[in-house]
Write a protein that binds this ligand. Structure first.
Ligand SMILES: *Cc1c(COP(=O)(O)O)cnc(C)c1O
Length: 483
């Protein structure tokens, strides 16, 4: 048995070494000064003192002024991501609008900034719809999606006259009809479709099983509804344009079928989000094995992800192929990119609390934030920079943990780094998607967030206080203001 295990491990090591060599070879083309990727990929730079900067501001100063853990939003990066994405899609398709996926990064400061740039709101719950309205988004610029919106959400959406409600299945139709009658409105309605590619699970209705067609028959029976849209959302972090092309082809063909068989004219297509981010990697099974055998998993490589222009060009070509009268009667087209816009515009600063030396393994870093605020690191590989030691050589290697009393509180393993010490600062890059919505209060308050715009810094969310955490509890002996 022992011999078998030994042989298996030796084979794994050989494969891993080969994969790492290939990876290293591909990286030779990158302007690499680091293990991983250079900071200018995020629009960041390094100061004379070797500090990582967000625009003109040193992350060290930000950490001193606002404390850690700290989310740092780079407003110019947000704008650049939005401009690049919308620019590419408008070049290849007419009448494209982007809707900001609220759940991807529900910081009101970020949502407002994106709306000012020109995005619609894409919400999937009663709360998110309430938030969009509170932020002053005009109802005609709100799209309501989601598998579990519920009756109250639908009622509010209809009463306000939102731009589009995409139902997830026929079960939502009675709620829509009730609301439409009650408020004397005729809402534009779409249906979320499931194609041969992408997520299925609890979402939408399947084109192939005819459920989608049946649902449209039901929609058409109601004079209070205006069925006019088709909706897709395929997944997240997708780096293969062909997945979109396959799905969009099936959706457009379904649209033609609706016209032919039910005389329903689709004039709005909402193709969801899911576009991948060049600086985030989804580990494969080999990456997952690497740390156990003492190797750092591979870092993201920007060439693995198509640029927005490539997605847009291919989708544009597909549309022109399939959609009749595309130039004369172009439909309204929405995309809902979440992470492609927000991910790289946000950095999470964490402080080293302790470095634990042990005899049996590499040293362990304990940071002041872990799983409670870095959940996506459990299933994605992100660049992590030594923010105050950017010019120091990578002479060490650490397993990195958060502060929670939980064995799953792992941030990264076998991470090559300079010789970090207590008090040093690390920067988790691409913290702008799914970090904030997945934050928990596991033993600790949630972090503050600041937005950097040129040489200006604005606190857009204050750090949670201890009393914030218990303010809804009714049996606190000392009352709410226990700070
Ligand atoms: C989550 C979600 C998005 C955004 O997804 P990203 O992967 O962040 O681009 C868009 N549309 C819908 C319906 C969603 O649920």
């Amino acid at each position: 048995m022992k011999l078998l295990e030994f042989t298996k491990t030796a084979v794994k090591r050989t494969v891993i070494r080969r994969l790492l060599q290939q990876d290293q070879h591909r990286r030779n083309g990158l302007p690499e000064t680091f293990q991983g990727l250079p900071p200018d990929l995020w629009g960041s730079h390094i100061s004379e003192e070797g500090h990582l900067c967000v625009q003109d501001i040193s992350t060290i100063t930000l950490a001193q002024d606002y404390g850690t853990p700290l989310h740092v939003v780079d407003k110019s990066r947000l704008k650049k991501n939005y401009d690049t994405f919308v620019g590419a899609f408008r070049e290849h398709l007419p009448a494209v609008e982007l809707a900001t996926s609220y759940k991807t990064n529900p910081l009101p400061g970020v949502l407002t900034a994106l709306h000012r740039m020109g995005t619609f709101a894409e919400v999937i719950s009663h709360f998110e719809l309430w938030l969009a309205l509170k932020l002053g988004v005009p109802p005609e610029r709100i799209i309501v999606n989601g598998p579990g919106k519920g009756k109250d959400c639908i009622d509010l959406a209809v009463s306000q006259g939102v731009r589009l409600i995409n139902i997830d299945g026929r079960e939502e139709i009675p709620w829509l009809v009730d609301a439409a009658q009650k408020h004397g409105r005729k809402p534009d309605v779409g249906l979320r479709l499931v194609t041969s590619v992408g997520w299925q699970g609890q979402f939408g209705t399947n084109i192939a099983t005819n459920e989608s067609l049946e649902t449209f028959k039901k929609l058409k029976q109601n004079t209070h509804l205006n069925p006019c849209a088709l909706h897709l959302h395929l997944g997240t972090g997708i780096k293969d344009p062909d997945i979109y092309l396959t799905a969009i082809t099936e959706v457009l063909e379904f649209g033609l079928k609706l016209d032919k068989e039910l005389n329903i004219r689709i004039n709005t297509y909402d193709f969801g989000g899911g576009f991948g981010v060049p600086t985030v990697r989804t580990p494969d099974e080999w990456d997952l094995r690497m740390p156990d055998l003492g190797y750092a998993p591979r870092m993201p490589h920007p060439d693995d992800c198509p640029k927005p222009d490539e997605y847009a060009r291919k989708i544009g070509e597909k549309f022109r192929q399939i959609y009749p009268d595309f130039e004369k009667h172009p439909p309204h087209i929405f995309f809902e990119p979440g992470r492609a816009i927000t991910s790289s515009a946000q950095t999470l600063l964490l402080r080293v609390i302790t470095v634990k030396q042990t005899r049996q393994s590499i040293p362990k870093l304990i940071l002041d934030g872990g799983k409670n605020i870095t959940m996506p690191l459990g299933y994605e590989t992100h660049q992590i920079f030594p923010a105050n030691k950017m010019k120091e050589p990578y002479t060490s290697r650490f397993d990195i943990y958060g502060p929670l009393c939980h064995p799953g509180d792992i941030v990264a393993r076998c991470k090559p780094f300079p010789a970090l010490q207590a008090g040093d600062l690390v920067a988790v890059m691409d913290a702008g998607a799914y970090f904030i919505p997945n934050q928990t209060n596991f033993s600790l308050p949630r972090p503050a967030a600041v937005m950097v715009d040129g040489n200006m810094v604005e606190e857009i969310r204050r750090r949670e206080s201890f009393s914030d955490i218990v303010q809804l509890d009714t049996l606190m002996p000392f009352g709410v203001n226990c700070a």
